[in-house]
Each structure stands twice: as structure tokens, then as C-alpha cells.
Design a protein around this ligand. Structure first.
Ligand code: SF4
Length: 284
């Protein structure tokens, strides 16, 4: 098994003490170790935001890209070398706001990518504005009288967009989160794992205490992960009880599998045509 130490960098995360991001990083490292993936087989791509620093703190390939553009970068990496295990880590502002368009199209394409949404219901890096997943009525520096908008439901969006693996984790339940990430890696297709990630500095409502009182494991109850309609009704449960776990899983061809150019081997293993003159002649 890959030792978790192999995945540790010498860099120390700059997150606030107690931030839920530490627990997501730990779960990701544990999942990669449990799957016995060599760090050279792993790429973690991020956009911008507090969570986006994560690729700096895991000893694998990484790409800290630009705001909302982690998915296009991850798509390019996956298509260039589909032998790699590609992860996207993205906050609610980065992935469900600025980058939402890219996320929807990656889900309908069913690229074999594991997407971890660090969902703290607030913009952290820019110090506390309302984000796309902030609850209606949320009072933040940008909505001091309370947000008047309905929040985005990432899991409903994933179901509607054709993602083939839909799950919700909670940073405060590391065993379950690790297990969901392992299952997401094993899944052939787009795995959307939205994770409640308390921001201990700026979100004083959706705290660890808030979630500890409410979350329950859907998969310990009588939930059928193959039932699309059942999953659709479950993703809207958000009150005294909030479900976590695997909501829905199905199988269909991945985008990579249906591309004839990638059937035989990854793109990077194809020989390069050095005959520039011949190529120019062909397109004259
Ligand atoms: Fe974490 Fe919030 Fe601090 Fe950002 S601002 S590092 S999300 S606790």
C-alpha cells in the first residue's frame, strides 16, 4: 500500500486553524493510500479560493489554475493521459459559481474525473461574501440583510446534468468521506462528491456543531442508490436531518472510452508525426 507519508509535502497548509479543508486533505490522502495509487499516477487540479491551495500540500502532480477553470484544465489532462487519476478540488464559489458552466458539461460528458466540492456556503478567500450555496436569508458582508436568492443544490444539479456518481460527504466524518472518495476513484465516470466543509472563521452558522447535530448516513438507512427519482427527492432534504453518503450511481460509457483516438492507448503514448513537410503538403 502507498504510505500516506509519501503524499506529505514539506509545505504546511496556510488554512485557518480548525478549517474543514484539513480534514478533506486528510481524507484524500487516505483514499489515495488505500487505493495504493502511486503519487505519480495522481493529479489534483484546483481553481482559486481557500481550498485551491490543496494541490500544494499533497505530494502528487498538481495544477493550481485560475478562477472557475479547474474543470477545463482537468479535462485537458484526462484527455492527454487518461491513465492518470484526475481529481478536481473546488470551493462552492469557484466551482458552483464562476466555473459552473464547465462543471455541467463535464458531468454530461461523463469524463472519468473525481470532483470534490469544498462546500462551506461562503466565499472564504475574499473574506465572507454570499456564495451560490449560501442559504436564503444568510447574512454575510455582501448581504447584510440576508440573501434573497435560493441556493444552488449541487447534487440536484449533478443528477440533472448526467453525473453518474453523486455523493455528499462531511469533513467531520473522515471515515465516511475517505470511503466516498475511494468509491469515486473506483467509479468509471464523473464522480461528484459535495463536501460540507465548515469555514470556522467566516461562517458562524454552518459550523461543525451545526452539522454534527443534523447529518446522518443515508447508506445506513434503506436507500436505493440505483433509484434516480428516489435520489432526486433525497437531495433536497435539508433541515433537522441532512443526508450524507452515496445518493446515486449508474454506469454509462465515459467520454474517453467513446473517443476512437483514445481506445488503444493514452494520447501521450501515440507517436508524434514529425513529417511536417508531408503534413503541409496534405493541407495545401
Ligand atoms: Fe478555511 Fe474559512 Fe479560513 Fe478559508 S477562511 S482557510 S475556508 S476557515
Amino acid at each position: 500500500m502507498t504510505e500516506i507519508n509519501k503524499l506529505n509535502t514539506k509545505e504546511i497548509p496556510t488554512w485557518c486553524p480548525g478549517c474543514g479543508n484539513f480534514l478533506i486533505l486528510a481524507a484524500l490522502k487516505k483514499a489515495v493510500s488505500e487505493m495504493d495509487l502511486d503519487p505519480s499516477e495522481v493529479v489534483v487540479v484546483s481553481g482559486i479560493g481557500c481550498s485551491a491551495g490543496l494541490p500544494h500540500w499533497i505530494e502528487s502532480y498538481g495544477f493550481h489554475s485560475i478562477h472557475g477553470r479547474a474543470v477545463p484544465v482537468a479535462t485537458g489532462i484526462k484527455l492527454a493521459n487518461h491513465g492518470l487519476n484526475v481529481f478536481v478540488v473546488s470551493g462552492d464559489g469557484d466551482g458552483y459559481g464562476i466555473g459552473l458552466n464547465h462543471l455541467i458539461h463535464a458531468m454530461r460528458r461523463n469524463l472519468d474525473i473525481t470532483y470534490i466540492g469544498h462546500d462551506n456556503k461562503i466565499y472564504g478567500l475574499t473574506l465572507g461574501q454570499t456564495s451560490p450555496t449560501s442559504d436564503q436569508g444568510a447574512k454575510t458582508v455582501s448581504t447584510p440583510n440576508g440573501s434573497i436568492e435560493l441556493p444552488i443544490n449541487p447534487l440536484a444539479l449533478g443528477l440533472a446534468s448526467g453525473a453518474t456518481f453523486i455523493a455528499r460527504g462531511y469533513a467531520g466524518n473522515n471515515t465516511q468521506l475517505t470511503d466516498l472518495i475511494v468509491k469515486g476513484i473506483q467509479h468509471k465516470g464523473f464522480a461528484l462528491i459535495d463536501v460540507f466543509q465548515p469555514c470556522v472563521t467566516l461562517n458562524k452558522v454552518n459550523t461543525f456543531e451545526f452539522f454534527n447535530k443534523r447529518v446522518y448516513d443515508l447508506n445506513k438507512e434503506n436507500h436505493n442508490t440505483g433509484d434516480f427519482n428516489g435520489a432526486f427527492s433525497k437531495v433536497f432534504e435539508f433541515g433537522d436531518r441532512i443526508p450524507t453518503g452515496l445518493f446515486y450511481q449508474t454506469q454509462r460509457d465515459t467520454y474517453e472510452a467513446d473517443l476512437p483516438q483514445l481506445k488503444e492507448k493514452p494520447l501521450i503514448k501515440h507517436s508524434i508525426n514529425n513529417d511536417i513537410e508531408g503534413l503541409l503538403e496534405k493541407y495545401k
